[in-house]
Design a protein around this ligand. Structure first.
Ligand code: ZN
Length: 463
């Protein structure tokens, strides 16, 4: 008997977690953090829906927090199996998980500070110590394209997903003694023709496909259009003596934006005197990891390296220390500031928003996904003000939403990735029902696929 169940990113976008059971072996694909509003994040404290101690192995598609962020909790609750991932994913996960654990501890400390008599204070979801334990469980690094034995009757092959450095879709073959089935888990899929990482490999022959649907409702603008829009935002903003704030996630988009700024300065598309700040210790660490993994680079990136290192260009400042970050606040114009978090619900970007969001001459440039309930989403949706550090800050800066940089495939790329080959079933995960997931369901059904939106913790028999 082969059973698949979804324990995260079922009809929602974050918290990816999938369980495959066969021959009394239990393999998890991803174990991500649920992200969004505080209420949404409370769900991380709930039961996994399975016993963590019973899991034999975790296959990790990539290092984004919504795919790896509950691993420390899994370990804290008893998981002692192996974790399988590519080398780049392992290194990036290290940075991402330590950062997340640090934030959890800091939140708990702050709550303790606000504690009133007798009030119970929630402990951190997990600690830095728990995150370190995760790192001890990584098995030998997985190489793209190699078939690996995961457990008796279960093999896996990691394929380029084109999403972030080290990212993979995973083809799993299961044999329960009487039935052999192939399942492919898309992980998060990138768009083709993005810089730095290679294009996604098309979905291989498989009976079942478990695929993400984040942007299943729309195409993205083309990358060249998006790059031109970014250059335009910078030109216009610096022309009226303002700053450009780009809320970014530490992984991938940050490095891509640096890559495009490198080209923009080289070709004169943006002023050469820009002061560019990468104001995120995690993004700085991630950028250093990028440098160590040329085996993941595509040809465009290798070509641009001949014109100099985009991660070490003149005018680029890495601000690791808090004091360096605070010094940026005194700059009135000509700065391009990349800081996290991408959804503006934490991190240093909130300080930069506090100093620039109310200034008409500045621009806020969103280049990534803004989940429901986050300040980023409110700004994108046209809010007149947002709450930052206990005060309402009016939104007067120009707001740009440039979705062509998305690390997620748009609808046409998702359809291309799936191809025309017949499938027994396509399970859609990692999307909002009234947006990408629902729309992709309709489009794929029209194309003759049998689609299903798995419910949370719902066991599904694979036959
Ligand atoms: Zn991702």
């Amino acid at each position: 008997m082969i059973i698949y169940s979804c324990h995260g990113a079922a009809k929602q976008v974050t918290g990816s977690c999938h369980l495959l059971e066969c021959n009394e072996q239990r393999v998890l694909i991803d174990c991500g953090l649920i992200q969004g509003s505080r209420t949404a994040e409370q769900a991380n404290r709930e039961d996994f829906g399975f016993d963590p101690a019973s899991i034999d192995a975790v296959l990790l598609t990539h290092a984004h927090l919504d795919h790896c962020g509950r691993l420390p909790l899994l370990v804290k609750r008893g998981f002692r199996g192996r974790i399988l991932a590519t080398a780049a994913t392992r290194e990036l996960a290290h940075v991402v998980l330590l950062d997340a654990a640090g934030l959890q501890e800091e939140d708990a400390r702050r709550a303790q500070g606000r504690q009133r008599n007798g009030e119970a204070v929630e402990p951190p979801l997990y600690t830095v110590q728990d995150a370190r334990q995760v790192m001890d469980l990584f098995a030998d690094d997985v190489v793209y394209g190699e078939t690996i034995q995961v457990a008796p009757g279960i093999t896996a092959r990691f394929l380029d997903a084109g999403h972030i450095l080290g990212s993979a879709s995973i083809l799993i073959e299961v044999d329960d003694g009487s039935l052999q089935r192939r399942l492919v888990f898309s992980g998060d899929l990138g768009n083709p023709n993005r810089p730095i990482v290679r294009d996604p490999m098309p979905a291989p022959a498989a009976d079942y496909v478990i695929m993400e649907s984040t942007y299943g409702d729309r195409p993205h603008r083309s990358v060249p259009d998006s790059v031109e829009e970014l250059y335009q935002a910078i030109r216009e903003t610096t022309g009226r003596h303002g700053n450009v704030i780009i809320p970014t996630f530490a992984l991938e988009r940050t490095q891509e934006i640096l890559y495009y700024l490198h080209i923009g300065i080289r070709t004169g598309a943006v002023p050469g005197h820009l002061r560019i700040f990468l104001d995120s210790p995690m993004a700085i660490s991630a950028t250093e990891i990028f440098r160590r993994h040329p085996e993941c680079f595509d040809l465009d990136f290798v070509g641009e390296l001949e014109h100099g290192d985009p991660f070490d260009m003149p005018g680029l400042h890495f601000t690791r220390e808090t004091s360096e970050s605070m010094a940026i606040n005194t700059i009135q114009s000509g700065a391009v500031i990349l800081a996290g978090s991408g959804m503006c619900n934490g991190g240093r970007v909130r300080h930069h928003l506090k100093h620039n969001l109310w200034r008409e001459r500045c621009s806020i440039v969103f280049v990534g996904y803004a989940a429901e309930g986050t300040p980023a989403r409110r700004i994108v949706d046209g809010a007149e003000s947002v709450r930052l550090f206990n005060s309402d800050v009016p939104v007067r800066a120009q707001v740009w939403t440039i979705n062509g940089f998305s690390a997620h495939a748009g609808q046409p790329s998702l359809i291309d990735w799936l191809g025309d080959a017949p499938r027994r079933k396509v399970f859609l995960v990692h999307g909002e029902v009234d947006r990408g997931m629902g729309r992709l369901h309709d489009v794929l059904t029209e194309r003759g696929f049998s689609c299903q939106l798995p419910g949370m913790h719902e066991p599904i028999k694979i036959d």
